[in-house]
Design a protein around this ligand. Structure first.
Ligand SMILES: *[C@@H]1O[C@H](CO)[C@@H](O)[C@H](O)[C@H]1NC(C)=O
Ligand SMILES: *[C@@H]1O[C@H](CO)[C@@H](O)[C@H](O)[C@H]1NC(C)=O
Ligand SMILES: *[C@@H]1O[C@H](CO)[C@@H](O)[C@H](O)[C@H]1NC(C)=O
Ligand SMILES: *[C@@H]1O[C@H](CO)[C@@H](O)[C@H](O)[C@H]1NC(C)=O
Ligand SMILES: *[C@@H]1O[C@H](CO)[C@@H](O)[C@H](O)[C@H]1NC(C)=O
Length: 417
């Protein structure tokens, strides 16, 4: 009984928190001018193009339109140095609630976008529907049309990735490319291969960084509770008109951006909180203090409640399946009362998997479960360093030392045209 009551209390608490963080206040977002005066780190206030050029790189901005009318921003980053363009493009796809900035927030020498550009790769960075760079649609208005937010990782894999692949291949005049996906960015790749296998054939090599599929063994209690609270309250919240969650400029992001740079003390709290959130056992030291301050200028970058709810569902399912709408609606939509499973065996390109023992969001057991189903795993690299947690993949100051050599080694082999 006591456990049951504690659980109810937890759900209520997380739900209340969810409602608060979803709301946009009229005073927000705080203007960049004001933030500069308040001493926010410059990089936290810049977009991808501004960041890249500030650090001496070149950057192009592209718009990609999906079959269902979403308009996505894609960046192309290259180093200022002279590189011979004989390499096929490499597309980097960020994780849940992130944006393309996440590949640059750790700064030159650490951010994977910079490191790959330094190694002369033709680097493309996508932005998933619903984040602040891709909060656009040909006919729907994200501010007033609920239909805009009616998506989860299912649609990201089905619509966003194929549109981005077509676009990048066309623009770079290549017929094949390499794909690096982090967490949701890897899980949605598997969804694409399962549902649209001919797109999978446009990939020469896939690098799966902490790929998120089923989440049966996710250890982070905070993440579990958060996604499950959203799942439990999805109907109520959407009825109340809330469809978007953790958007940039909303209270959640403005608060952490302020709090995490405010004083050394709050910065430390932030670092500890983030570390607890995404580790199995909290272990500081992977991220620099500067990166902690910078990343919250771009994170969380926003998604739909519906997508968060899907992650809530994934916590209790031992399969990697489509959104579960309940028996009746599943029957209507899928023709089966249970949501259909994604076919991970359809991921035909060679895959290099890199994952971490202390990752609290994507557990090694679930990664290994997915690997048993992947037909063509070239190599699985398990990072045992206790300081390496989920977010380390994008934000650690040790990316160059820990994962870059392996990524670059494979990309060099698979990049020649
Ligand atoms: C990034 O900032 C530059 C300079 O302020 C601006 O011209 C550009 O439109 C911005 N890009 C995006 C995608 O927001
Ligand atoms: C959302 O998508 C589902 C499944 O495609 C559909 O049944 C439902 O009517 C949609 N809801 C809205 C508000 O567009
Ligand atoms: C490739 O892009 C060009 C414009 O840059 C466009 O005219 C052409 O239709 C595109 N081709 C495909 C197959 O998308
Ligand atoms: C980060 O800040 C904390 C608290 O202010 C300090 O103890 C720690 O040494 C700093 N870490 C680095 C890598 O500078
Ligand atoms: C899954 O994909 C593989 C490879 O394309 C195929 O052989 C198999 O029949 C598919 N399984 C299902 C259940 O569709």
């Amino acid at each position: 009984m006591a456990a049951g009551r504690a659980h109810t209390l937890n759900v209520l608490l997380w739900s209340a928190l969810g409602i608060i963080i979803a709301i946009r206040l009229p005073l927000l977002p705080i203007r960049n001018e004001t933030k500069r005066q308040l001493g926010y780190p410059p990089d936290s206030l810049l977009n991808v193009t501004e960041l890249a050029t500030r650090h001496g790189y070149q950057c192009e901005e592209h718009n990609v339109v999906t079959e269902d009318g979403f308009v996505l921003t894609v960046f192309r980053v290259s180093s200022g140095q002279r590189c011979s363009r004989t390499q096929i493009p490499v597309l980097l796809v960020h994780g849940l609630l992130q944006s393309a900035d996440s590949w640059l927030d750790a700064g030159p020498g650490s951010g994977l976008a910079y490191l790959l550009a330094d190694a002369c790769h033709d680097v493309w960075l996508s932005n998933t529907r619903g984040n602040y760079y891709s909060r656009r649609h040909l006919t729907l208005d994200p501010d007033s049309d609920a239909a805009y937010w009616n998506f989860s990782a299912d649609e990201i894999g089905y619509f966003d990735l194929p549109a981005i692949l077509d676009y990048v291949l066309n623009r770079s005049r290549a017929d094949i490319l390499n794909y690096v996906g982090f967490s949701q960015g890897a899980g949605t790749f598997f969804i694409m291969c399962s549902e649209r296998p001919n797109y999978c054939e446009k990939i020469k090599l896939m690098i799966a960084l902490a790929p998120a599929t089923r989440q049966t063994n996710t250890k982070s209690t905070m993440y579990r509770r958060l996604t499950q609270a959203v799942q439990g309250w999805e109907t109520l919240l959407t009825t109340a008109g809330l469809h978007e969650i953790f958007s940039k400029g909303a209270l959640s992001q403005e608060f952490v951006a302020f709090f995490c740079h405010f004083t050394k003390f709050t910065e430390g709290l932030c670092d500890a909180g983030l570390n607890k959130f995404n580790s199995v056992v909290a272990h500081p030291g992977s991220m620099s203090n500067e990166t902690t301050r910078v990343l919250f200028g771009h994170f969380p970058a926003g998604t739909s409640l519906h997508n968060m709810a899907k992650y809530g569902q994934a916590m209790t399912n031992d399969k990697f399946v489509k959104f579960n709408y309940g028996h009746q609606k599943n029957l209507e939509l899928y023709g089966t009362s249970e949501p259909p499973e994604y076919n991970i065996s359809a991921v035909s390109p060679p895959v290099v998997v890199i994952y971490g023992e202390n990752d609290g969001l994507v557990d090694t057991k679930d990664v290994e479960w997915a690997m048993e189903r992947l037909p063509n795993v070239l190599e699985a690299v398990l990072i045992k360093d206790p300081a390496w947690n989920h977010m380390s993949v994008t934000y650690s100051s040790r990316v160059e030392e820990i994962i870059f050599p392996k990524i670059n080694e494979y990309l060099q082999i698979y990049s020649s045209t």
